[in-house]
Each structure stands twice: as C-alpha cells, then as structure tokens.
Ligand binder design. Structure first.
Ligand code: SF4
Length: 300
C-alpha cells in the first residue's frame, strides 16, 4: 500500500490503518480494481487499454470483487471495459508512466508514492476518479495525502486528471465512458441532445462493453456532443507552502500507527462509510481480528 493511502486510512480510522499495514483484504472494492487496472495500463509497455482491461479481469478473479451484486461476470466486464477506455484515453501516445522513487522522510520513515512522474520527470501527476466533481470535491482533493502529501514530500507540483464517473449503482457507473444512445436506423452514436431533451424511445441505449464501436469512434462521438470536456477536468497545483508542517504531520501519524502494539480504538461511524467502505467490516465490527481463516492475507 502506498503511504498516502495508509494516511487516508488513518484519517478514517486508525485501527483500519493499523490492520492495513498487516493484512491484505480478501476482496477489492470495484473502484479500487478500476484504479489499479487503469494505473497498470498507464505503466504498461503494450497497449495501455488492453493491459488495463486484462488486469481488471485478473483482479476480479483474484483476489475478487467486494460486492453484493449477483452478476459478477457482468460487473467484471463493466470494470474491465471502463479501465480499457480510460487507460487508452489518458495515456494517448505518451510513453509508459513511471512512479517516483521511494524516499525517506526526515525521520527516516520511507514514503512510497502512489503518484506518477510527468513526462519530463519534473512534476508529479495522477489520475483521480471521482463520483462527482464540484468545489467540495476539489477542496478535498487539494488537501488530500494523495495531493498535498505527495507534493510536500517530493517538493514539486502535481497535475491531476480528474475523471467524473458518477455513482456505482447496481454494478454500473453510468457516464459517457460507459453508455450512449444509438439511432435505430442511422446507427449514429450520441450522448446528449443539444437542446437538452431526452432521446426518444426509439433510440437504443447501448453499453460500451457490449457495443462494437471502436475506442476512437466512441471518443469522437463524445467530443462531438461536448461530453468529453464535461467528464474530464485537468488541474495543476504547486507544492503547498506549509509543506514541512504536512510532512511533520505525516511522520507523527505514521509513527503512531507503526508503534502501536495492539489495534487502536475503533471509529464506529466509518465502518460502513459508502465512499470509503472499510475492508475490515466483515470481521472487526463483530469483535474479530482479521485472520487467514477469515480470508485475509498477512503481509510478510
Ligand atoms: S471496521 Fe470500523 S472500527 Fe474496524 S477498522 Fe474498519 S472502520 Fe475501523
């Protein structure tokens, strides 16, 4: 787990961070699989999209998806198709992305980055997948360990590409990357009408994973309807001025998590948080420790 993620876990619940340093959860949340698959594609030497898609399918099998949906294959295909399109779109003709080296904080604690280096390796960059993009989400992102923490530690700015996914409902993200409408006769691919009206009942709703449009055709149609610019936002941020205070805060939190000899206190209100569901909610609320018997995998 990268260090920013450990610190986010600690902000949500110190016990969760403490467990996360010792145990890998038996399943991954759909969005986590999407992140891992897209990032895998961005770093791959082959076709970014195809690498992302096959990695998503692999992760849906092992370790598997943390979901209550019954159609696991449908969910896996949906995640994989979205991962393919996003990784292909975001990398474009760029060379494979690289991570910055792990570095030591002033107290010697290692910081493993979850960001990437930009093309000239002078700044950081990252992909941010959000349900909804508004001023609150932007403020939260700017103050996150993923952004403020990474920038402070490496002392450089960051470029963030934010992709708006919408909420995951019934095993699907409904957004222009995943669904569109086709005219029944002309077969035109559309996303929204210019007058804002709904498409009539004769237009056929299509899902990207089942439609035979190429990635290029789908992207062109998104651009023609103006939905690409609405769904992706690019922000550049400088390293925070209070970088040394942020680093000191990170050190203090990490030291506390590592030094604790037993699980810290529970944060009961965070166990079933919709945005950050706790991977230990299957055992911890019942008073059980994560263990191999309950499917968790110990870190060496
Ligand atoms: S289940 Fe709740 S108390 Fe337990 S680690 Fe997760 S968030 Fe913390």
């Amino acid at each position: 787990m990268n260090t920013a993620k450990t610190l986010l876990s600690s902000d949500l619940c110190e016990r969760r961070a403490w467990y996360s340093l010792r145990w890998a959860a038996p399943f991954l949340a759909p969005k986590e699989i999407l992140y891992l698959a897209v990032e895998h594609g961005l770093c791959s030497t082959g076709d970014a999209g195809e690498s992302a898609e096959s990695h998503a399918m692999d992760l849906c099998v092992d370790p598997g998806v943390d979901t209550s949906e019954e159609d696991l294959l449908g969910l896996a295909q949906h995640i994989a198709s979205l991962a393919n399109f996003l990784a292909w779109l975001l990398r474009g003709s760029q060379t494979p992305y690289k991570r910055p080296e792990t570095i030591s904080l002033p107290d010697g604690t290692p910081w493993t980055s979850g960001a990437f280096l930009n093309g000239s390796e002078t700044h950081l960059r990252r992909v941010v997948l959000v349900d909804r993009w508004d001023s609150w989400t932007q403020l939260a992102m700017e103050r996150s360990w993923d952004v403020a923490g990474e920038c402070s530690v490496y002392g450089v700015g960051i470029d963030c590409v934010v992709v708006e996914l919408g909420s995951l409902r019934k095993g699907r993200w409904s957004n222009p990357f995943t669904r569109a409408y086709r005219h029944p006769v002309a077969k035109t691919l559309r996303f929204k009408k210019r007058d804002g009206d709904d498409f009539g009942s004769t237009w056929i709703k299509v899902e990207r994973e089942h439609d035979n449009a190429s990635r290029e055709d789908w992207l062109d149609a998104m651009g023609d309807d103006g939905v690409l610019a609405e769904s992706i936002h690019v922000l550049s941020m400088e390293a925070p001025q209070r970088g040394s205070a942020i680093i000191a805060l990170a050190q203090s939190k990490l030291e506390r998590i590592w030094a604790a000899g037993e699980p810290p206190e529970e944060n009961l209100s965070m166990c079933y948080d919709r945005i950050h569901p706790c991977p230990f909610r299957a055992c911890c609320p019942r008073g059980l420790e994560p263990s191999s018997e309950t499917g968790f995998v110990p870190f060496p």
